[in-house]
Design a protein. Structure first.
Length: 249
């Protein structure tokens, strides 16, 4: 017959088991799960709607999976959490914005990145686009010209588990020559022209996606491809609206 002490042990053991079972049931569900799924559906719909211009009615499944994984709420301001998964840009301070999710997905898709490839982003902003590229398995380098934004992006990326993204503060017009060549280059601010240093830092076979146009003029998202022989071709994808590329270049 069990002694009072061992009965007590049995009871506490049972209590511990129940506690573990309760904890397993009580792990709170991710409150952003449903909004994130909804955002992914909206991106898919928008891709179909814009297919005449983009030629991409369905974006790469890997890009869509990344959009369904990256916690966008970590990259928006605390006051905007309830809008974190709206399919539109949001302010991030210093007159800058985190891009619209559909545009982030489209630009990532247009790069056709394979895991392990090297990519350069100009305009880190919140760090969200960099996180999506890192989630795709790319080795991401990103340059931001506004120092406090660069610092906050570094924190956001660390918290999101994307601490491997390499960041630098400076004028991205000149690229990151020590880390070149890149398989992909993404510019997330509108330039008046395609910066020659970036074309130079693109690997033959590589792709650059860049909005080109004035702050008050129509801007077009361009796909710039460097062929194996070094020849460069440019294709206009669709009209867009980005903050301007600044800097003294
Ligand atoms: N990709 C960002 C959104 C960027 S908004 C995100 O996912 O949140 C455009 C960013 O480009 C702004 O943060 C702006 O400060 C930055 N920028 C503008 N001109 C730049 C330049 N010459 N070099 C680097 N960054 C620049």
């Amino acid at each position: 017959m069990a002694s009072p002490i061992s009965r007590c042990r049995v009871t506490s053991c049972l209590a511990a088991t129940l506690l573990v079972a309760w904890a397993a049931v009580a792990v709170p569900a991710d409150p952003y799960d449903a909004p994130r799924r909804h955002m992914v559906r909206e991106i898919a719909e928008m891709a179909e709607e814009t297919a005449i211009e983009t030629d991409r009615p369905r974006l790469d499944a890997r890009v869509m999976q990344a959009m369904g994984r990256v916690p966008r709420q970590l990259f928006v301001r605390p006051g905007d959490l309830s809008e974190a998964y709206d399919n539109r840009p949001l302010p991030i301070g210093h007159g800058q914005t985190i891009s619209q999710p559909y545009i982030v997905a489209l630009m990532s898709d247009l790069l056709r990145l394979k895991p392990g490839q090297r990519v350069l982003e100009i305009g880190t902003g919140s760090g969200y686009q960099a996180a999506v590229l890192a989630d795709l398995g790319a080795r991401v380098h990103s340059i931001e010209i506004i120092e406090p934004l660069g610092r906050r992006a570094a924190e956001n990326l660390q918290v999101g588990g994307y601490g491997q993204v390499r960041l630098r503060v400076g004028d991205g017009y000149h690229g990151w020559p020590e880390a070149a060549p890149f398989d992909g280059i993404l510019v997330t601010a509108a330039a008046s022209h395609v910066p020659p240093p970036l074309v130079k830092q693109l690997r033959p076979g590589g792709r650059m996606v860049i909005p080109v146009g004035g702050a008050f003029l129509t801007q077009y998202l361009l796909l710039v491809e460097k062929q194996a022989d070094g020849a460069v071709t440019t294709r206009q994808i669709l009209p867009v609206r980005f903050v301007p590329l600044t800097g003294g270049h």
